[in-house]
Design a protein around this ligand. Structure first.
Ligand code: 0X9
Ligand code: ZN
Length: 420
């Protein structure tokens, strides 16, 4: 018991997270990811305390699931021995899911575009490698130039580090804003590279695959593949596990805000932190981040049209339904669940869990999906894509995005029937 108390007293103090020096990428050599499976609430509590004591980055966990739900933890090399000892003492079992994170990072992406070294190509996008922001924006530009009657490139503002915030509108409507619309975003969390890959794949399928032309019947699409471009670039060049934005905070050591805790609905509640060093730092106020503010302003400007909101994250293989600030359910929860289940029934390779966010995950006040629901969007989902961590080989992209795409058809069929 006394151990438990001293651990609790320390609270969420130190964060064992490496800072990137100015010019070099952070190395995760010797870092491991462990999956810990507890068998009772007491064991779960102990793991929670260890997380806080050592400031461990938790990759995946569940707050209210049955006691045996697994937790994925990133374990720095210097803590491996001690943590092993602590878990053994408590008789808690774990498996090493990733032996050496840096070697996974090294093997993640095919080397310098060995795939397409065609300098004459109109764009550099493909779905066999992960792409930098320039390639993604280059592709959006290419589509807008090539299909001017279908694709409009929209700049909704500028990021903290001065990058453009781009999205595309895909529509064949003659009158503007007259049809129901779907919103899709990716790249909220910088390190979740599979999500911009899926968002761009959906764009490609809608725009460039004639077989999907029916998806344009009575629907406008707004798709923003990289909602947090500064973080995304930082995760490519400096620190593969970067999650947040890159703005200055009150702490000189710790930058960035969790964009998915920065929205103006129940902002600052459970599952968010006021510590700038936390991965779930809520920011100095709701919409403190230029990225979330620009995003919210755009969505509000189309809120009468937007009937479906999908925000793409990884990982967990889940379709999550609000609310996420607390264990509560919006009035049309059953309707959202039915549509979510119908969409998920299309997945052939990966079986997704569908349900309320808190039931399936944890509380996360200030998240974007809750906010989207709060401004009146009918169908709102957070998608946790089916990767086995944040770092997975690029060869995983194709099966994941292909398996997902048929769900878009299900959503579209429903949304096309709704009145603006
Ligand atoms: O914590 C998050 O922001 C999301 N998970 S992630 O691993 N992609 O960071 C989940 C947000 C979903 N909402 C709730 N759990 N309430
Ligand atoms: Zn995420």
């Amino acid at each position: 018991m006394s151990v438990l108390f001293s651990v609790l007293a320390l609270g969420c103090a130190l964060l064992v997270h490496q800072a990137a020096s100015d010019d070099k990428a952070v190395s995760y050599s010797g870092y491991q990811v462990w999956t810990i499976t507890t068998r009772s609430n007491e064991e779960s509590q102990l793991v929670l305390n260890l997380r806080q004591l050592y400031g461990l980055d938790v990759w995946q966990w569940q707050e209210f699931q049955s006691a045996d739900a697994p937790t994925d933890l990133l374990v720095p090399p210097q803590l491996i021995k001690e943590l092993k000892l602590k878990l053994n003492e408590a008789n808690i079992s774990y498996v090493v899911k990733i032996e050496d994170l840096q070697s996974d990072i090294n093997d993640e992406n095919p080397k310098a575009n060995s795939s397409s070294f065609d300098t004459k190509a109109a764009h550099k996008m493909d779905w066999i490698s992960y792409h930098r922001l320039d390639d993604i924006y280059g592709y959006l530009n290419y589509l807008a130039a090539t299909y001017p009657n279908l694709v409009e490139l929209i700049n909704i503002g500028t990021s903290y580090e001065n990058r453009s915030l781009y999205l595309v509108r895909i529509s064949n409507a003659t009158a503007p804003d007259s049809q129901p619309a779907v919103w899709i975003d990716g790249g909220f969390h910088a390190r979740e590279w599979i999500s911009p890959a899926l968002a761009t794949y959906i764009i490609k399928q809608i725009v460039e695959e004639p077989a999907n032309a029916k998806l344009l019947n009575n629907i406008d699409w707004y798709i923003m593949p990289v909602a947090n471009p500064d973080g995304y670039e930082y995760s490519h060049v400096r620190s593969r596990l970067w999650r947040k934005t890159r703005s200055l905070t009150t702490s000189a050591r710790c930058l960035g805000v969790d964009p998915n805790r920065n929205f103006d609905f129940k902002w600052g509640g459970s599952g968010s932190s006021s510590n700038p060093c936390s991965q779930v730092f809520k920011g100095s106020k709701a919409f403190s981040e230029v990225e979330t503010l620009a995003y919210s302003k755009f969505i509000i400007s189309k809120s009468k049209q937007i009937k479906l909101y999908l925000t793409l994250h990884s990982y967990g293989q889940k379709l999550l339904i609000p609310w996420g600030y607390n264990r509560e359910y919006p009035s049309n929860f059953a309707d959202m669940l039915a549509l979510g289940n119908c969409a998920a029934s299309k997945f052939k390779i990966f079986k997704y869990g569908v349900g309320n966010k808190v039931d399936l995950l944890y509380r996360a006040a200030g998240n974007s999906a809750d906010w989207a629901k709060s401004i009146g969007i009918n169908y709102v989902y957070t998608v946790e894509l089916p990767t086995r961590g944040f770092v997975v080989p690029a060869s995983n992209i194709t099966p994941i995005v292909q398996d997902f795409f048929p769900a878009i058809d299900v959503f579209a069929t429903k949304i096309a029937t709704l009145k603006v």
